[in-house]
Design a protein around this ligand. Structure first.
Ligand code: ADP
Ligand code: MG
Length: 338
């Protein structure tokens, strides 16, 4: 199967002064398949936004090629380019809404530019607001919306012309964790329901983990690691990827919610000092004949001690479970049943 988006040796240089050239994107090659939610992760200045501006042709490449459906989009003429841009939706960190237009007006704007008739336009706007869950807010202005709602308007606008590609540049970076999750859920729904390929740029590994099936890691304009997200998390190869993965904060609220729904007993253990090293889990499995599943955990090395916590799920006899909790507490481990 040929790749939907194939980027080949793509580079973008900025001439900063007579003798200074900045390689914002350097020799990047990526293969993105239809239906991927493809994460591009990197620190600030890595070249992510430049790459995305090359993909939607807001910038011209210095060299290299970008094929979309086997067509070299860097060779498009004016008409082809206009058609292509309709097929590429884009969302940003700061939403870029028109403050003088209502929610409905903002979404309609994208259709007006594309020349939709009034009747079709109204129908499509209603559809789009339904998709992003803002039907009730259609007559209010952006200033009256929360950040998450503003991003929903921006998503509706980006989807207006039925794009086949959605580019997201730090779309959740200005949002709190809970709102971030709801926006990521929406992007995932859209990807599934409409088969839209999503390229998602972020500096947050949590975002990658939650919805991206594949990931490329950028540093200094180059892609330094690429693979299935699962493989990068299991076995990060580059120093930067290792660093990103190790700093990830487990999304415990979400884990707890879903596990509780399926009726599991969830316990949080807090360790301090040498206890952090001991294998208490193996111990309670044997001693009390329990099944223990580790859901998440961290160990932090502080200046002069170690602290850690584990979130575990216990399955087994209730009496034994309670006994095991008493035993853990006797061993100076703080236990919280959640
Ligand atoms: P990211 O989105 O990963 O933070 P960018 O793509 O915005 O990174 O920037 C990559 C590098 O290119 C940075 O060093 C940035 O300063 C530089 N850069 C971006 N746009 C321009 C421009 N128009 N002119 C000169 N340098 C630029
Ligand atoms: Mg950027």
């Amino acid at each position: 199967m040929s790749d939907f988006i194939k980027i080949v040796n793509l580079s973008k240089e900025y001439v900063l002064s007579e003798d200074k050239i900045l390689k914002a994107v350097h020799n990047v090659s990526l293969n993105i398949e239809k239906g991927d939610i493809y994460g591009i992760m990197g620190l600030s200045g890595a070249g992510k936004s430049t790459l995305i501006r090359l993909i939607n042709r807001l910038e011209d490449a210095t060299s290299g090629k970008i094929f979309v459906n086997d067509k070299d989009i860097l060779n498009f003429n004016g008409v082809e380019l206009r058609e292509y841009r309709k097929k590429v939706g884009m969302i940003f960190q700061h939403f870029n809404l028109l403050s003088s237009r209502t929610v409905e007006g903002n979404v309609a704007f994208a259709l007006e530019i594309a020349g939709w008739s009034a009747v079709d336009k109204q129908k499509r706007v209603d559809e789009l607001l339904e998709i992003v869950g803002l039907t009730e807010k259609k007559n209010i202005y952006p200033s009256q919306l929360s950040g998450g709602q503003k991003q929903r308007v921006a998503i509706a606008r980006a989807l207006a012309n039925n794009p086949s590609i959605l580019l997201s540049d730090e779309a959740t970076s200005a949002l709190d964790p809970k709102t971030t999750n709801s926006i990521l859920d929406l992007l995932q729904d859209i990807n599934k329901k409409f088969g839209i390929t999503v390229i998602l740029i972020t500096h947050q590994m949590e975002v990658i983990r939650k919805i991206c099936n594949k990931t490329a890691i950028m540093s200094n304009g180059e892609v330094i690691e690429v693979g299935k997200t699962k493989d990068i998390f299991l076995n990060p190869k580059s120093k930067i990827a290792k660093e990103f993965v190790s700093h990830i904060i487990p999304d415990e609220e979400i884990i707890i919610e879903t596990q509780k729904e399926i009726g599991k007993k969830i316990i949080k253990l807090y360790f301090e000092g040498v206890e952090a090293d001991k294998s208490y889990i193996t111990e309670i499995i044997k001693k009390y004949n329990l099944d223990v599943n580790i859901l998440s955990g961290t160990i932090d090395i502080l200046k002069d001690s170690k602290v850690g916590h584990l979130l575990i799920e216990i399955t087994g006899d209730e009496h034994n479970t309670n006994e095991s909790i008493v035993w853990l507490e006797e061993n100076k481990i703080k236990v919280e049943v959640v």
